[in-house]
Design a protein around this ligand. Structure first.
Ligand SMILES: *Cc1c(COP(=O)(O)O)cnc(C)c1O
Length: 369
């Protein structure tokens, strides 16, 4: 059997760089609770992402959960099921009702032409997801939100470093939530952040991530514990120095995949979006069995036989999870459902060898009829 390739491989700084970064923690003994590393990473990320305000959290999921709480949402929110479990779970754990809007088949983000039909007098927010590094139709969403007086929280877990018309993607909507999980373009082992406009929201988030503690003798909200610790922040500081190189390397691999897989009947690739500076986070491929001759699951298995781990991502879609059986219906979002059955994301990480990309594509194309 040839060497095993996983769908991703977490970026890590050199050992020496990390050891150097954490060494002063043995002097300060300050390990968490918004220490120096936390503060420094927050400042660096604010610059890197080009956002007005940012707050660091333990992970992307808590960024979503606490954002909804901090905005005081109640009632219905319009969202998509073509996402990771986190988005839908964060909504339901806030006792909000998700109303699932379908996605568009071109870039896999929320179909903005279908949002308004779903708005009722209970709707309080739109929670769209930027998918694979593709961004939602920000301008249309902004327009709809404004006309109907709705909040907008973007799940921006896939779009670290992406820019739209030169502006950081975290600057749009009321809030954008990033994930710095080990598998993402930028990681702090586990980590996340909220980017926001309103200072009042910022104060709320800051307290909610620390049990709702307002002052030494004052607890004013039912908060959680979602503070990024100093070791994760230090890891993030190191990785941030290399993230531009990582994205450069991702681009080379991305382009190599494209060379092999473009213009093949039965294969749809990720689109190039206008005015968007991408981050090459994922390489999704949509297979059309009628034209390609093999279906997604057959290709997945063939790759697995060869030691290659592709990922069915996102599959299943969230409105078809077992925990929602009888509550939501995936047939209500047919485009998302079809995508989830036909998509495969291929291995993509900065030091994936180009000859491995060639081998992966050869295996895929060997199934073309
Ligand atoms: C990774 C991810 C999350 C959750 O982030 P964590 O940091 O793992 O908690 C949420 N939404 C999407 C779309 C993601 O890919």
């Amino acid at each position: 059997m040839e060497k095993k390739i996983l769908v991703t491989k977490s970026s890590m700084p050199k050992k020496e760089e990390f050891f150097e970064e954490i060494s002063d923690l043995w002097e300060t003994h300050w390990l968490t609770n918004m220490g120096v590393k936390h503060q420094t990473l927050q400042n660096e990320l604010k610059k890197y992402l080009g956002v007005k305000n940012i707050d660091l959290l333990t992970n992307g999921h808590m960024a979503l959960e606490l954002s909804m709480q901090a905005l005081g949402l109640s009632g219905e929110v319009i969202t998509t099921p073509f996402t990771f479990a986190s988005t839908t779970h964060a909504i339901i754990r806030n006792r909000l009702t998700p109303v699932f809007c379908d996605v568009n088949a071109n870039d896999f983000t929320i179909d903005v032409d279908k949002i308004e039909d779903l708005i009722t007098d209970k709707t309080c927010a739109i929670i769209p997801v930027h998918v694979y590094g593709n961004i939602c139709d920000i301008e249309k969403i902004q327009d709809i939100a404004k006309r109907h007086n709705l909040k907008v929280i973007y799940d921006a877990a896939h779009t670290f470093g992406v820019k739209y018309k030169g502006e950081g993607i975290g600057s749009f909507g009321d809030v954008s939530c990033f994930s710095f999980h080990a598998t993402k373009v930028f990681n702090s082992i586990e980590g996340g952040a909220v980017c926001y406009i309103d200072e009042e929201f910022g104060k709320n988030i800051y307290e909610l991530k620390n049990f709702g503690i307002h002052g030494p003798e004052s607890v004013t909200a039912v908060g959680a514990n979602a503070k990024m610790n100093e070791f994760c922040a230090a890891f993030g500081l190191c990785n941030l120095r290399h993230v531009d190189d990582d994205i450069e390397k991702r681009k080379i691999i991305y382009d190599r995949y494209k060379t092999h897989l473009k213009n093949i009947d039965g294969i749809k690739l990720n689109p190039v979006q206008k005015d968007v500076q991408p981050n090459y986070a994922y390489f999704p491929v949509i297979f059309d069995k009628a034209k390609f001759g093999a279906n997604r699951d057959e290709i997945f298995s063939k790759l697995a036989e060869n030691g290659i781990g592709a990922r069915k991502y996102f599959y299943p879609i969230t409105n078809s999870f077992e925990c929602f059986k009888g509550i939501y219906n995936p047939a209500d979002t047919p485009v998302a459902l079809q995508l989830s059955l036909n998509v495969l994301t291929l291995p993509l990480y900065p030091d994936l060898e180009l000859e491995d990309v060639d081998r992966i594509c050869k295996i895929i194309l060997s199934l073309k009829k």
